[in-house]
Design a protein around this ligand. Sequence first.
Ligand code: D41
Length: 667
Amino acid sequence: MELEQATERAEALRQLINKYNYQYYVLDEPSKTDHEYDLLMRELIDIETEFPELITPNSPTQRVGVSPVSALKEVKHLLPMLSLANAFNEDEMQAFYKRIKEKLSLDSIVFSGETKFDGLAVNILYENGFLITAATRGDGSVGEDVTHNIRTIQQLPLKLIGDNIPQLIEVRGEVVMTHKGFAKLNDRQRQKGEKIFANPRNAAAGSLRQLDSRVTAQRPLSFFTYGIGDYKGDMDLTSHTEILRQLQQWGLPVSSETKRLDGIEACQHFYAEIGAIRSELAHDIDGVVFKVNDIAQQRKLGFVSRAPRWAIAYKFPPLEEITQLLDIEIQVGRTGALTPVARLSPVNVAGVTVTNATLHNIDEIKRKDIKIGDWVYVRRAGDVIPEVVAVIKEKRANVSEFVMPDICPVCGSDVVRQEGEAVFRCIGGLSCSAQNIQAIIHFASRKAMNIDGLGDKLIIQLNESGLISTVADLYSLSTEQLADLDRMGSKSAENLIVALDKSKETTLERFIYALGIREVGEATARTLAKKYKSLELIEEATTDELETISDIGPIVALNIHSFFQQKHNLEIIERLLLVGIHWGHEKDETELRLNGMSFVLTGSLQKMTREEAKQRLLSLGAKVTGSVSKKTNYVIYGENAGSKYEKAVELGVTTLNEESFIKMIEK
Ligand code: D41
């Protein structure tokens, strides 16, 4: 590519990428898929790699700096960042309203209402539309330079878009982190054994003050604009809502919960409305902010000390409270994971009585140094399970250490902890009633025993009515017992009995898969069936032996071995075989006609489903994979086949239509 052409293309790509960023982050209306976006980004990176002289500081590729700063510098805001007065109840709100009405000699006032994000206030300076510096609020006059980190926030334009961009403008807003992003970040930190953040605000603060912007870039920060500071250029905007609209048109993210409110009643209504959806919002908010909407009225009202008289934050009750941790109990989850749960002295947190909180795992208990009897901060946010944030060490007296049990409190099976894993697990599997329902659902599923008509709801119903507690009980059900259940007619009861009977004829690999051994999916079950050809031999295999099989690592080998060490599991298998579950002998691999051949299926087939085609191929010894490579032997295509078909043609892989495929497998 010539330099001239590259210059043009790079500029076009930057504009496109910025536009898509705006649609995605600000308007929440993406017009391109992530993949299409990635392709544009990659093209731009390629051009900039070839012509480094074309890189501009505001190119979307330049959000992450390469080297950390040594310390955060000080930055003086052009106009001081003021603080917000608070109202904690109805009376204080009324007093605020009365004061304003009197000062303005008006009967009614129009406000702008917005959510009060619980984050960190930041001041961003744009000159001629370019992001120049960003600083924390600091003491209101001088903050810390966090430009390098602010630039990593994808939502924020490095260059403003649209018309009437002022020569200079200070944009003010809050940096926050979503509940989801916060939970993910803490999971990651937990896995790496690193610092756990107490709440999204602390996580956002910690991320914003990083010296290395590469760390910040990995943190899910967002930004919402709430106003402006100093500016140069004409802006004939007369109200706060107009300012917000203008900021949004320049590409800056503005909260969608913003409303023009006429009079105090509308404000009270807004407070209640936002309060009701508070827990559903993606971000923590600690109240709503009301601002006199008219700029001329704002000017008349002025300031008291460092806060404007024209604005107030009407606070919500806090999401964190203090209570005593009475005990730590163990909950056994669907996969056998043992989760310690704190039993708390009941405490009202933002309107909800909290009696339990998750403690995640033993490492977290140690890291937070939580002991039974401690006084703790409990936090409830979004739809997340309440959490113990921290211990109040000063209040500690008469506490006892928590110890993880070594047998499952539900079924008495052994509890193990895999290397490198934070969780302890019960290896009881089928015989642990905590894991049972999930195990039965898996057992009955299509790719396992394929019991027609036995869905999740029915399994739960059967379990709750005491008819089944393990998979072995399924085959002792009678038509009469089933017909007695609510919402079950005699016809469906009969059908289910027939389906159960039919499922008894199966294959070894399906049966192994159906047992629900941890991390033994279809592929591993198939490998085991092919290698051992008999259940007894698999039951007897040692971990060393299992590990020699390709695809089976030490963890899976241990899972398989421990599963068959459990007496309960062997008893259940015995009962299943006694009721007549059986399978034919596995054919020797080399006898199979398509042994070792690799197939890819694409598009929709007419005479069979893709899953059926896959099962046929597997039964003939073939491998079925998801993507086409040079090693693929055949690509079977149905209607509307897309890129996989094209790739096959490109690579010279043989393609077969459905008809030829059927001939091939029926030979
Ligand atoms: O969402 C917020 N946290 C928020 C903070 C907001 N929506 N509006 C705000 N407005 C102001 C004034 C009225 C002083 C311009 C604020 C803040 N200030 C603020 N944030 C931190 C200190 C002050």
